[in-house]
Design a protein around this ligand. Structure first.
Ligand code: F6R
Ligand code: MG
Ligand code: MG
Length: 366
């Protein structure tokens, strides 16, 4: 049976700044979906990571279905009403367009989708990140799908020995989706050369070269490309199929123990380590650190199991302590050097305005 998984997420308002949505807001989104799904959805799950609400749909409408996208958009609009009623901060923040036009891509919400023939048992992972951008997944995916030091299954399992095909998007190109397909392991240096630039080149999807099946789908939205100005970080979502011809769950999770430095800490303008957190976590210290949650599901004939919280295990408490130390370390140097993003990625426009003013005051000695 062919199943489509669609995860659609948006920040439509939160309590006390950009920390977490209210219970009433989430309840309203859930209620709206239950009342309006009209038999087009096989199953769904709603959760939040930081200030972003993610809806995971299991359905048979295929990728990019206007029905599913409209259902999510309308649910976010219904939630926004509650956010306004409660006076939540940033009510409707990620709903950047006034009217729905067939697909939520380019309208503010982040989307990751995949359609596949269900295996007899079909485990997959849902990742949701807050206070960061889609390039945050570059390193863990590279290590999980191309590096035998992190995924020894690439050597051990005959079903992964052909490697994986990476589809990488140049998100600086805003006139359309500009992508390149590269194969690991043969083209691993080319893949690495692109993926090191997290702000420009991001993984859109990964396919098994053994079966041709889709393994991974990442939301590639850059909000500032849509809005033309800072409206919050992109806060990307990702779906990863695991086991069998794909990496084992642990081979996908283990790179997240690094707590690698990503963009998006405070005002979307600082660098901070990515902290793996449990489901429905809020955000705190210095509007961060950037966080990522991971829920593991199985889908069978379109029905989802309850999720297992992959970062709940005690091992990750140790990781969180280490990541907290990394966050504190980099904060000690404030805005200097590597603690802040490069000029082109700074949000709010304040520095650009200052530089324009100061440029006129510079003098050049002969
Ligand atoms: C929001 C974020 C925050 C805000 C900061 C200022 O996701 O990253 O760090 O940028 O709290 O927020 P505003 O501009 O809404 O006052
Ligand atoms: Mg926000
Ligand atoms: Mg957010």
């Amino acid at each position: 049976m062919k199943t489509t998984l669609s995860v659609i997420k948006a920040d439509i308002g939160s309590i006390g700044g950009h920390l977490k949505p209210s219970e009433r807001l989430i309840d309203r989104v859930r209620e709206f979906l239950n009342d309006n799904q009209d038999g087009m959805v096989n199953d769904l799950y709603i959760g939040h990571t930081g200030d972003d609400i993610a809806i995971l749909f299991s359905h048979q409408q295929g990728v990019g279905s206007d029905k599913i996208h409209k259902l999510a958009w309308d649910a976010f609009l219904a939630g926004t009403e509650i956010a306004k009623e409660q006076g939540l901060y940033g009510a409707g923040q990620d709903l950047l367009k006034d009217a729905f036009s067939g697909n939520v891509k380019g309208m503010g919400p982040a989307v990751a989708e995949m359609e596949f023939e269900e295996r007899p048992n079909e485990p997959f992972l849902l990742f949701c990140a807050d206070k960061t951008d889609p390039g945050a997944y570059n390193l863990p995916l590279y290590l999980g799908f191309a590096d035998p030091m992190h995924n020894s299954g690439l050597m051990l399992s005959p079903s992964m020995s052909k490697g994986f095909k990476f589809t990488i998007m140049d998100v600086a190109h805003i006139e359309g989706d500009k992508t390149i397909e590269l194969n690991a392991p043969e083209e691993i240096y080319d893949i690495a050369a692109l993926l090191r630039d997290n702000e420009r080149f991001v993984i859109e999807s990964i396919h098994s070269r053994e079966t041709g099946d889709i393994a991974t789908s990442v939301s590639t939205t850059r909000l500032h490309n849509i809005a033309g100005k800072y409206t919050g970080k992109d806060d990307p979502v990702m779906l990863v199929r695991v086991q069998g011809a794909f990496p084992a769950t642990g081979e996908v999770l283990s790179p997240f123990s690094i707590g690698h430095y990503v963009a998006g800490f405070m005002r979307g303008s600082h660098i901070g380590p990515l902290m793996p957190v449990v489901k429905n976590s809020s955000v705190s210290y210095f509007d961060g650190p950037p966080v990522v949650s991971c829920l593991a599901f199985c889908v069978h004939q379109g029905k989802l199991t309850t999720p297992a919280d992959a970062f709940e295990h005690p091992y990750w408490d140790w990781v969180r302590s280490r990541v907290a130390e990394k966050a504190t370390e980099i904060r000690a140097q404030g805005f200097f050097g590597a603690a802040m993003l490069p000029y082109s990625e700074l949000e709010y426009g304040g520095i650009v305005a200052k530089m324009n003013k100061l440029e006129k005051k510079f003098t050049v000695k002969k």
